[in-house]
Design a protein around this ligand. Structure first.
Ligand code: GDP
Ligand code: CA
Length: 324
C-alpha cells in the first residue's frame, strides 16, 4: 500500500512546502511525515525571532493558515502593528496579533536557552501540526541578495520591496559554518522516501542543501528521492521564482529546476502542461511523473500526495527487482 509508508521526509520552504506537507500529512499514517524546514528567511523584528517558513508550515499543518494569502493566521487582526506604527516603528513586515503570540513565545524560549529544534517541535505539537517539523539547523543562516542597490537582507527585499529589485547574485550567510540538525540527518537516514517540495529552489531548498552534511546524507540515503516542480508552463504558481531564475541566467523550465538538484533525485513530478520536457528530464536519468501538480486546496494536495506515493512505491518495487 503506497500510503502505508512509515518514514517520509519532505524538504521544504514556506507556501509551496506547506501545501505539499499538508497533502502528504493527509495521505500518510499519523507520525510518518517529517518536514525539514528552511531557516534562511528567518529574521528579527522588535527583538522577536520570526521564522516565516516554519510558521507557514505550522499554521498550514494545524489548519490555522490564512488560505487566501498562503501565510499568516486566518482572521488575524493587526492591533499590535497599529500601535507600533503610531510609535513610529517600521511596520512593513506584516505580523498579525495571533502571529505575534508565536514569535513572543519562541523568543522567550530561545532566551531561556532552548534550541530552535526543541522550540519548533513543541510549538508544532501544542498548536496541533500534523507532522514533525525540524529546522534544518539551530544555527543562523541568512539568505542575502545582491541587487543593483547592493547586498540586501531577505525580508527587506521579499516583503519590504516586494521582490522588486532584480537579483544578480545570492548567498546563504552562515550555511557553511552551520551544523546540520542531527534530528534532520537521522530522519534522512531512516527515510524510505525523500520528497523535495515544489518550493523555491534558490530561496528555500538550496539554503538547506548549502549546510554541510545534507547533500551527502541525501546521496547516501537508501530512500527514493522525488522532486516536485514549482513551475507550471514556465511560470511560478506564486512568488518571484521565474524572475529570479531569469535574472540569474537559469532556464525557467522544470528541467532548469531539476538541474539544481543534480545527482540528488531519482524522479521528478511535473505538470502535464510540461510534457514536452519529459525527454530532457529522462536524459538526465530521472523518472518522470506527469500529472496535475497544482494544489488548489487541501483535497487537491492530498490527491497529488497519493499520486506521488503510489508512483514512488512502484519505482521502489522496480528498483528492488532490478537490484535482486
Ligand atoms: P515560500 O517560502 O513561502 O516562498 O514558499 P516555498 O519556497 O515553499 O514555495 C514557493 C514556490 O511554491 C513557488 O515557486 C511556487 O511556484 C510554488 N508553489 C506554490 N503553490 C504551488 C502548487 O500548488 N503547486 C506547485 N507545483 N507549486 C506551487
Ligand atoms: Ca520562505
Amino acid at each position: 500500500m503506497p500510503t502505508s509508508a512509515s518514514n517520509v521526509v519532505l524538504i521544504a520552504g514556506g507556501v509551496g512546502g506547506a501545501r505539499m506537507a499538508e497533502g502528504l500529512a493527509r495521505a500518510l499514517p499519523a507520525g510518518a511525515l517529517t518536514v525539514i524546514a528552511n531557516v534562511g528567511d528567518d529574521d528579527d523584528f522588535y527583538g522577536l525571532r520570526v521564522c516565516p517558513d516554519i510558521d507557514t508550515l505550522i499554521y498550514t499543518l494545524s489548519d490555522r493558515i490564512d488560505r487566501k494569502q498562503g501565510w499568516g493566521v486566518a482572521d488575524d487582526t493587526v492591533r499590535a502593528l497599529d500601535v507600533l506604527r503610531t510609535l513610529a516603528a517600521p511596520t512593513w513586515m506584516k505580523l498579525g496579533d495571533a502571529d505575534f503570540g508565536l514569535h513572543i513565545w519562541r523568543s522567550w524560549q530561545l532566551a531561556a536557552g532552548n534550541s530552535l529544534t526543541q522550540i519548533t517541535q513543541e510549538a508544532a505539537k501544542r498548536l496541533g501540526a500534523r507532522a514533525r517539523i525540524l529546522p534544518a539547523s539551530d544555527d543562523p543562516i541568512r539568505t542575502k541578495l545582491r541587487t543593483a542597490d547592493g547586498w540586501m537582507d531577505f525580508q527587506p527585499w521579499f516583503v519590504g520591496r516586494r521582490c522588486e529589485p532584480e537579483v544578480l547574485e545570492l548567498r546563504y550567510d552562515g550555511a557553511e559554518k552551520a551544523k546540520a540538525s542531527t534530528e534532520a540527518l537521522a530522519a534522512i537516514e531512516a527515510a524510505e522516501l525523500i520528497v523535495f517540495a515544489p518550493s523555491n529552489p534558490l530561496l528555500s531548498i538550496e539554503p538547506i542543501l548549502g549546510i554541510d552534511g545534507f547533500r551527502s546524507a541525501i546521496t547516501a540515503s537508501r530512500a527514493l528521492r522525488i522532486g516536485v516542480s514549482p513551475l507550471i508552463g514556465g511560470k511560478a504558481v506564486k512568488g518571484p521564482l521565474a524572475r529570479l531564475l531569469t535574472g540569474l541566467g537559469i532556464e525557467t523550465t522544470t528541467t532548469g529546476v531539476a538541474e539544481r538538484y543534480n545527482g540528488l533525485l531519482d524522479g521528478f513530478a511535473i505538470d502535464t502542461q510540461d510534457l514536452v520536457e519529459t525527454d530532457d528530464l529522462q536524459e538526465r536519468g530521472l523518472s518522470v511523473l506527469p500529472t496535475d501538480i497544482l494544489m488548489r486546496n487541501p483535497e487537491d494536495a492530498e490527491r497529488l500526495a497519493v499520486e506521488i506515493l503510489t508512483w514512488a512505491a512502484a519505482l521502489q518495487g522496480h528498483c528492488e527487482r532490478a537490484a535482486s
